[in-house]
Each structure stands twice: as C-alpha cells, then as structure tokens.
Design a protein around this ligand. Structure first.
Ligand code: SPV
Ligand code: MN
Length: 620
C-alpha cells in the first residue's frame, strides 16, 4: 500500500476496519492494495484499471463496456453458498443452508491462501441506503476484481465519508466483504469453479466470496449484504425485503403513493417498478423502518443490475432508451457483435449471426457447448448495470434520508388458473399469511424442465433468509404494531389465462391494478368481498382502463378474470401448508390455523355458490 492509500485508510481511525483489511490481505496476499475514498478520481482509477486488465472491454458507444463471467458462472450458486454460524446455533436455523463457523472459516482460509497473488486488491467503502441516515449500513469491500469495484460504484452510494463520520460507538457496526475472482483464464474468467465458495459469516457480519465473478455472488453489497441485513434486522425490529420501491402518480389528485413489491423472478417485478408514467425509487431491495410511527422504506441501491432479456423498445421503453445512450453502462454476458455493439435475447432487432458471448469469442448461430447444447446468442441471465440517475422516471425522493412513506405492499406471483389479477388482503396480518406466505411462481419456458410447475416462493425472499422463516414471518406480522397508518397488502397475478390458454390481459394492465390499489390506499373506491380478500368493482376498473390505457374493458372479461376459483384456491393452500410443514419448522401455529380457516370458508362458499364464484356473488 502506498503512502496515499495508507493515509486514506488511517484517516478513518477505525480499528475493526484495519483488522479486517490487515487479516485478509495477509491471507490473500495481493501484490499491492489500493484504498479508495469517495473521490471521482479514485472511481476513475477503478474504471480505467478494469479496461486495462480487460475485465471489461470497451464497446462501440463510448463509456459502455462489456464484462464476461465464465460459462459456468452465469448465476447465483446455491450449492456453494452457505451461512457460517457457531455450532451451538446451527440447530436453531431451521434447516437453512449452514456450515459450522470454525469449519467454514478453515475452508475459506485454505482456499483464500495466496489467492490474490500477482494482483492488486482494492479497498472501497460503501453505504447501503442513503448515507448518514437512519437506514445507512456501512460496507467495506476488499476485492481483486476491478469489475466488481466498478459495478459496486454504480450500484451503491460511496461510503468513505459515512465511515469518517461514524461516532465512536458505531465504529464496529458495519459489514465486511472479501472477494477474489481467483485464478483467471485468458478471457479473464474465474477458473477454479470447483473452489467457488460464498459464505456469509453471521458471527462477524462478514462475507467471503471466492473463485467467482457473477455479480449476484461477487458484489458484496447485493445479495451477500442482504443476508447479513436480514439477520441484523431480525433482532432490531426492522425489515430487509426483496422488493422494488416505486411511486404511483395520480395526476388528477396531484399525489404520489409509494408501493413496495416482492415478486419471484419472471413475475413482472422490474416491469412494475418501471411502469411508464410512474416513478422508480429502486428495483430490488428495500429496508423498512418505523420512523416516529410512520412505515418508511428506503432503497438500498443507487443503480440497477437488471435482467436484459426481453428488454426492447416496445415492452421496456425507458430502459431500452437508456441502454442505447453512450453512457457508463456495464453489459454482462450479452453478445458483442462484429460492430462492437451489444445484442441480447428478446431485443427485437435484427441480431448478428457471429460474435463474442458468454461461451467465448467465435460464437456463431448453432454453435454447441461441450455437452452438445446449442448456445444461444446471449445468456438468458445476461444483465446490464446502470446508475439510477440515468432514468428519466427516477423519483425525486429516491435519496431522501428519511426514506418514503409506504402506502401499499404488493406480492406478485405467477399462476395461470388460480389468483385474480389483483386482490387486497383483509388486513396486514392476513396479507402476510394469505398473500405473502402463499406466494408462488410457475416455471416458464425460460427455465429448465417442465413448464407450468408451481414453486413456493414465500415473500420471494426464501433464498436470502438468514434466520428461520417462522420467526421472519412473525417479525413481518409484528412490524406494524406501532405504525399509525398500516400499508394495505395486495396480491397481483399478471399471468391468468383465458379458456383459450392465452394471457387474459395485455402487459400494461398492471398499471390499472396499481392505480386501483392506489385508490384503495386512499379509501376512494369500494370493493367486493371474496373468501380470501377484496377485489375491484367493474365500475371502478372500466374508467381506469379507459383513462390509463385507452382500452374499453369488457364486463365479460372482468367477470372471468375476477371469478373466485374455489378448488384451485384450496389446492394452493394445501401446497403452502405442505411446503411449510416440510421446510419451515417453527412456523407460528396461527399461520396454519389461518389457512385452515380460509380453506373451510372456501369449502362453505363452494357449497353455496359452486366452484367458480363470479365477482359480487359471494357474501361472507
Ligand atoms: C435476483 O435474482 O433476485 C437478482 C439478481 O436480483 S442476483 O443478484 O443474482 O440475485
Ligand atoms: Mn433480486
């Protein structure tokens, strides 16, 4: 470490940080260490180095770059991902993927030994959520990947000043991340995937991520910090949720109402966060806090690491336009065409038949991998990394230190034949139990295996839980105890199919469901009861379809879409019960009781009204 870096590090007067950096530098043994502060100069150094080392390659449009992860490193790696926790606490973890602390640490130290030799390591400080706020969590990242440091600079707020301003009693209250891409091949991709490890140390709130580059594994502040934050929040009476945060604009009433939404992948999360005419705050992770009795949320990030598949001018005009600009953007695992522009699946333009992609240089249409599988033009999980500031629909409150007051929470699933497009829960607790815990997705043609298989996805957060789900559910229920105006909870399903097996509504109908929810939050429209919640009246949807989409919404479509399907719902509750009984020890009895009561209610309704109950028929 040269004098300048040393001066920057010492200037923070932080014992824990020094110890962490000292210990892991000694273990990983990089040739040198560069310490960043919040200056543009240091950010530029990282960007330049990423290009110099060819971790990113320049694209045709200036400031745009492409990064490739290895062919076997294109997504999160559940098998290599574990929570490290003291032996005596493993039994309390309710079956979450754990490794005993000492064993995990020994394994990590062995793999990390000398792993950064021949490279420079970067130390960069960040902050989850707006800096110097109630929501802030400082984060220290040590990495030997300039790409990781660069992506983090785009996705998270710089935190050197956050660390400098820490009060003495706060100085050990931050997260630490040590990442190494490990040995690299000639393309700069991690070689030793068999030694890939992503371990979250719940005893020290540190994460060790080795021999990988895909950002969902390598970027400490994203899903790694999320697991640490969930753990921390669990004992501090706040919540860390896998949710977007957006503002629904009501021009007529001149107001913005904030919604958070949890959706499993491929269920419409980003497209809801990015609805044309609305305001985005964040697309992936939100923290909730009770601030003086108000339910407030902040966006953890300041950028988007988004799936690029199917982003095209028609379906995602805002993002598509952004990605066409000559501005700092990292594409990952898309095709670089002979014109040195990026191309991806579902882009809806004419795409080249040759180029470089996630399988290496020299890709051509029909090329097969070593297992004989045809390699698509780009990986289905290919991504773009951008700064939120690029977006013309960015909400002005996106960086407010107080966060924003939340009016509604959405749980968005995917099923072809059970759930209505939008339904409000009776109350908060019922929303958590009947909407959030029963959330499911259906496999699509994009996933491997059979289409239409339902997967339980409670809160869309199962992959990231770091304490048992039973307690997590209770914490969700109890969070609103002292909240003056409790947000309403809505379930949405954009994927209901008609008798012709086609989706019932167009892609933008979600705007109507959102605006109906907005009106409900302000108690401006009535609703009809079903055994599981409250649904819209036709007379309230028709004008919304007209004013928001210019569509003439037909009564018969409404009747079909909002019919209550008794057998399908009973089956859904049975699936949830079976899943929780098998996988979620410690689930509060009241969850099961509530599902049993609801199922009984549905059975009674079926006897009275038949299996399919048209909207408005049912009376409790
Ligand atoms: C997700 O899969 O939920 C993501 C991408 O947001 S990853 O960073 O891989 O988790
Ligand atoms: Mn996510």
């Amino acid at each position: 470490m040269d004098g300048t870096s040393f001066f920057k590090l010492m200037g923070l007067e932080n014992e824990k940080l020094l110890t962490f950096i000292g210990e892991w530098v000694e273990i990983c043994n990089p040739d040198s260490v560069f310490m960043c502060n919040d200056s543009e100069e240091d950010a530029e150094f990282v960007r330049r180095k990423a290009l110099e080392k060819r971790e990113e390659l320049p694209l045709a449009k200036s400031e745009q770059t492409i990064h490739y992860d290895g062919y076997g490193d294109q997504g999160r790696a559940p098998g290599a991902t574990k929570l490290m926790i003291a032996k005596e606490r493993i039994a309390e973890m309710g079956g979450l993927p754990c490794i005993e602390h000492n064993e995990g640490l020994a394994e990590i130290k062995k793999i990390a030994s000398g792993i950064m030799r021949g490279k420079e390591a970067i130390v960069k400080l960040f902050c989850e959520c707006p800096t110097l706020s109630k929501f802030s969590i400082g984060c220290a990242q040590l990495t030997d990947s300039y790409y990781v440091a660069h992506a983090e600079d785009m996705l998270y707020r710089r935190g050197y000043e956050q660390f400098r301003n820490m009060k003495p009693e706060e100085k050990d209250n931050f997260f630490c991340f040590c990442h190494s891409a490990g040995r690299l091949d000639e393309r700069g991709c991690s070689i030793d995937l068999d030694k890939r490890r992503i371990y979250q140390d719940l005893e020290t709130f540190s994460v060790y991520s080795l021999n990988n580059q895909y950002a969902g594994n390598s970027v400490g502040l994203k899903k790694q910090a999320m697991r640490l934050a969930i753990r921390k929040s669990g004992s501090e009476h706040w919540l860390c949720e896998h949710m977007f945060l957006m503002g629904c604009q009501n021009h007529e009433k001149q107001r913005v109402t904030y919604f958070c939404g949890a959706y499993p992948s491929a269920c419409g999360k980003t497209s809801t966060a990015m609805l044309p005419g609305e305001k985005i705050v964040g697309d992936d992770i939100a923290y909730f806090r009770n601030v003086a009795g108000e339910f407030r949320a902040a966006n953890v990030e300041r950028g988007i690491f988004g799936i690029i598949k199917d982003v095209n001018a028609k379906d995602d005009p805002v993002i598509f336009k952004t990605l066409m600009e000559p501005r700092e953007t990292i594409f990952s695992n898309v095709l670089t065409g002979p014109d040195n522009d990026p191309y991806w699946l579902g882009m809806e333009v004419e795409t080249p038949t040759t180029g470089s992609n996630h399988s290496g240089p020299g890709w051509y249409v029909g090329k097969k991998d070593s297992d004989g599988n045809v390699i698509p033009l780009a990986h289905p999980n290919a991504r773009y990394t951008i700064r939120l500031q690029y977006l013309e629909n960015l909400d002005p409150a996106w960086d407010d230190k107080q966060g924003v007051v939340v009016g509604g929470i959405i749980y968005g699933g995917r099923d072809g034949d059970t759930s209505v497009p939008v339904e409000e829960s009776f109350n908060w607790e019922d929303g958590i139990i009947t909407k959030a815990c029963t959330l499911e997705s259906e496999t699509t043609s994009a996933t491997i295996g059979k289409e239409g298989v339902r997967m339980p996805q409670p809160m869309a957060n199962l992959d990231f839980l770091s304490y048992p789900i039973g307690r997590y559910v209770l914490n969700n229920i109890n969070f609103v105890k002292d909240i003056k105006k409790v947000p309403k909870i809505f379930a949405m399903n954009y994927f209901l199919r008609g008798p012709d097996n086609k989706f019932c509504t167009g892609k933008l109908a979600k705007k109507v469901w959102l605006h109906w929810a907005e009106a409900r939050v302000h108690n401006e429209v009535g609703a009809l009861e079903t055994p599981t919640g409250l649904i819209p009246k036709y007379e309230n949807l028709k004008p919304l379809f007209n004013s928001l989409l210019g569509e003439n919404y037909q009564k018969q479509d409404y009747e079909y879409q909002f019919s209550f399907r008794c057998d399908a719902w009973i089956a859904k509750l049975q699936r949830s019960t079976a899943f929780f009984q098998k996988n979620c020890p410690g689930t509060p009895e009241k969850v099961y009781r509530s599902w049993t009561t609801t199922a009984e209610k549905i059975k009674t309704a079926k006897q009275k009204y038949g299996d399919i109950i048209p909207p408005g028929k049912y009376q409790a």
